[in-house]
Design a protein around this ligand. Structure first.
Ligand code: FAD
Ligand code: NAD
Length: 475
């Protein structure tokens, strides 16, 4: 295919969230952009990540809701799961979202799209299936792929990953999940609810190690209620004849195994070392705060970098990389305000500082959902809302564990971004009864504490005695 430009202002390698947003940003800023994608534009989020996983979780949610309804006096009987229909729902959600990510849609925005495998030949020449493309600058946005741990016997058991699990046709009666991070917990819960007997084996002392301990305890409890077994602080030593042997001698029988132990940057075959783009010891492309690689004409964004692996981060950083490249700006990819949500039931949502022990002189206000009216009305009290404040009561982070916590965390994210104080949130009227009342109550708790301080008490005492005096005179 011939190109409309001899030299493109920006070549973007990879058509996932980071690459698509980088290319869109470049053309909006008046640059010519060519996007190269070796598989399907839309990337992991659309095809094998966020969209299919949230669609599967939605189906699983209804199974749990039907069962839970009994405790509210509504009886449906045991739900019947038609796994083929569930997977049709997953595919139809992908199909509904796909049109905005097609090559045609991208081309309608002025981006040139090439299909093929890209590799760098020089810092300003990219080969697409061997065909040279010249560019002034480039963005690497090739994402990451699931890692398979070197467990003896694993490869002989057709291990599933987040890339292949969407192709299964039958619900596995017994599913072993290796790794209890975001993917293991989300998919483990979904399959447990849909009817698989799920065992999650996590090497760290607890699941969701990146989240506060009380949050991970609640999710572990929820998984247990769904019939899943969580074995933390354990590792699979070997696998043979559909039996996994753990280090302590425990044996787990399974029909299928899902591996979710993290993801590795997709850089092989890009020939990065030949163009001076360095990677770290985990194979991720090293970037400066402005997302420049060690080759000053090449930028990187998304899962291929060491930055947090989320679609919203990939998109936002793709935009920053492209605008820095095209306009010569020095916008930084800040990480303090990146929200994260694990879409288990309950959801775990955090932003900024989420561990009150992380630094000294921080204050944490935690409202247990045993005392949150909306949670009580929904019989869903196993959760909490927490705000973390600095010395000046500025909101620097928080965690919410509840249904739809991902929606609530938006408010905390805005507070962190704008440097709001607890009293700003406390003085904002919240509709009653909502889950957002949780963080509002956490903010109120801080304001109340401030009002009870000796200094505030003295000031209020002085003010009310002045007022008394004035009222005496005014009479
Ligand atoms: C199961 C699962 C659930 C997830 N759920 C969520 C969620 O709910 N919320 C959230 O925010 N994040 C979620 N994520 C993470 C999210 O999917 C990623 O952070 C995001 O997709 C990263 O986007 P990216 O553009 O960096 O990479 P990708 O989306 O992986 O895009 C990279 C693209 O580059 C292409 N490519 C690679 N090498 C080449 C080459 N040499 N030449 C040409 N093209 C190439 C690939 O084919 C791919 O299309 C989930 C991930 C998984 C696996
Ligand atoms: N809701 C979301 O936003 C969402 C959902 C899914 C994935 N993601 C993104 O994708 C990334 C990858 O997800 P993931 O779940 O694969 O990785 P992860 O890093 O979240 O979790 C991997 C887990 O596997 C454990 N582990 C590692 N080796 C092990 C072994 N040999 N045996 C047992 N346990 C082992 C780790 O201790 C860790 O807890 C996440 O970091 C996240 O950024 C996001």
């Amino acid at each position: 295919m011939s190109s409309t430009h001899d030299v493109h202002d920006l070549v973007v390698v990879g058509g996932g969230a980071a690459g698509m947003v980088a290319a869109k940003t470049a053309v909006k800023l008046g640059a010519s952009a060519l996007l190269i994608e070796s598989a399907r534009t839309g990337g992991d989020c659309l095809w094998t990540g966020c969209v299919p996983s949230k669609s599967l979780l939605a189906a699983a949610h209804h199974v749990a809701a039907a069962r839970r309804a009994t405790s509210l006096g509504v009886h449906f009987g045991e739900p019947a799961v038609d796994f083929a229909a569930v997977m049709n729902h997953v595919r139809s959600a992908i199909s509904a979202i796909e049109p905005i990510d097609t090559p045609e849609a991208l081309e309608s925005e002025g981006i040139e799209v090439r299909s093929g495998h890209a590799e760098f030949s020089t810092g300003n020449t990219v080969l697409v299936d061997g065909d040279p493309i010249r560019c002034r600058q480039a963005v690497i946005a090739t994402g990451a792929s699931p890692v398979l741990p070197p467990i003896p016997g694993l490869a002989d058991h057709a291990p599933l990953t987040s890339e292949t699990i969407w192709d299964i046709e039958d619900l596995p009666p017994r599913l072993l999940v290796i790794g209890g991070g975001s993917i293991g917990c989300e998919l483990g819960q979904a399959f447990a609810r849909l009817g698989s007997t799920v065992t999650i084996v996590e090497a760290a002392p607890r699941i969701l190690m990146g989240e506060p301990e009380d949050a991970s305890r609640i999710v572990a409890r929820s998984l247990k209620n769904d019939g899943a077994t969580v074995v933390a602080g354990a590792s699979v030593e070997s696998i043979a004849d559909s039996r996994a042997r753990l280090a302590d001698g425990t044996v787990v029988d399974f029909d299928r195994v899902l591996v979710s132990v993290g993801r590795a940057a997709r850089t092989s075959g890009l020939r990065l070392e030949e163009i001076g783009v360095r990677t770290n010891d985990r194979g991720q492309v090293i970037v400066s705060p402005t997302l420049r690689t060690t080759n000053p004409r090449i930028w990187a964004a998304g899962d291929v970098t060491p930055l947090p692996q989320f679609t919203h981060a990939a998109g936002s950083f793709g935009s920053i990389a492209a605008s820095n490249a095209v306009l010569g700006l020095r916008r930084k990819a800040g990480t303090t305000g990146i929200p994260r949500v694990t879409y288990t039931d309950p959801e775990v949502a955090s932003v900024g500082v989420s561990d009150p022990h992380e630094a000294s002189r921080l204050t944490a206000h935690t409202i247990s959902h045993d005392h949150l009216d909306r949670a009580i009305t929904e019989h869903s009290t196993d959760g909490f809302s927490r705000l973390i404040l600095d010395r000046k009561s500025r909101i620097i982070g928080g965690t919410v564990v509840s249904p739809r916590a991902g929606e609530t965390i938006g408010e905390v994210t805005l507070a962190v971004k704008l440097g709001l104080r607890a009293r700003d949130l406390a003085a904002t009227m919240h509709p009653y009864p909502t889950y957002n009342d949780g963080i509002w109550n956490a903010a109120l708790a801080d304001t109340r504490e401030q009002l009870e301080s000796p200094r505030a008490q003295r000031a209020m005492g002085a003010l009310s005695s002045l007022r008394r005096g004035w009222l005496r005179i005014a009479r």
